[in-house]
Design a protein around this ligand. Structure first.
Ligand code: KIV
Length: 279
């Protein structure tokens, strides 16, 4: 599904922004789609132009843009700053703002105040929060207030210390069943989609069959309704070892290195700027 085809497919005005209902309709039609993370206006505008229907301003911001070791230190104000930029860049795509650690774990009313800021100040159309269990009540509270909520289960990075590292979740039967039950509870509470991160493919398939709203996988196998990747991972901008689930579709680190080296050597050699670059 692209922004434009989904809109046309739904019989709506061409160019209408993507809504949560378009995503549900895509699942009903068996049409797979992608979500990509975005953190600034330029990349958001490009993704939008390319017809990517959902842009996630992930709290991965902390690790891929802000230089933190985990997503734990990311603040709501940092998320809002980048969500505003992405919202300015996106014309059609659904912008989802991640609620960072500490901005919703206190309960439904804290979740509501943070989510309201994400929509009013960040310009997002929806929020994402991590976890099942107690987050089901927060999800229902936000949905009652008219705020679309995307759930996130499996390896939820804000719980990295509880997991003892970035580890695959749901390996044993009990843990797998728990993830499926949490997904059903989130969907019953009104979540419009559920991200499944780093879980065995069987869980991706079971959850996708169990709920009517789209599942968006990242390391959850081939059977989810959609796939999400982090911009930097997808484009080969991430240095070092990548999780097994990442596929880099380009090697932009190499491209950028080549360009910077050429700039350095042309300046050193007096080759740049040439007459054509000079007033
Ligand atoms: O923060 C993020 O980028 C995410 C995605 C990896 C799903 O939560």
């Amino acid at each position: 599904m692209s922004v434009h085809s989904s809109v046309d497919g739904a019989g709506a005005r061409p160019g209408r922004p993507v809504s949560i209902h378009d995503l549900a309709a895509a699942k009903a039609r068996g049409e797979r789609f992608v979500m990509v993370t975005a953190y600034d206006a330029g990349s958001a505008a490009l993704l939008d132009e390319l017809g990517v229907p959902v842009l996630l301003v992930g709290d991965s911001l902390g690790m891929v843009v802000l230089g933190y070791d985990s997503t734990i230190p990311v603040t709501l104000d940092e998320m809002l700053h980048h969500t505003r930029a992405v919202s300015r860049g996106a014309q059609h795509a659904l912008v989802v703002g991640d609620l960072p650690f500490g901005s919703y774990q206190d309960g439904p009313s804290q979740a509501l105040s943070s989510a309201v800021r994400m929509l009013k100040e960040g310009g997002a159309a929806a929020v994402k929060l991590e976890g099942g269990g107690p987050m089901v009540a927060a999800t229902a509270h936000l949905v009652r207030a008219g705020i679309p909520v995307m759930g996130h289960l499996g390896l939820t990075p804000q719980s990295v210390h509880q997991f003892g590292g970035f580890k695959v979740q749901g390996r044993d039967q009990q843990a797998a069943d728990r993830i499926v039950e949490d997904a059903v509870a989130l969907a019953d509470a009104g979540a419009f989609a559920v991200v499944l991160e780093a879980v065995p493919a069987d869980i991706g398939r079971r959850v996708t069959e169990a709920i009517a709203v789209p599942t968006i996988g990242i390391g959850a196998g081939p059977d989810t309704d959609a796939q999400v990747l982090v911009w930097h991972d997808l484009l080969g901008l991430t240095a070092g070892r990548l999780p097994r689930f990442v596929k880099a579709y380009a090697d932009l680190r190499a491209e950028i290195s080549g360009a910077i080296k050429s700039f350095q050597s042309e300046v050193a050699d007096g080759e740049y700027p040439g007459p054509e670059h000079t007033y």
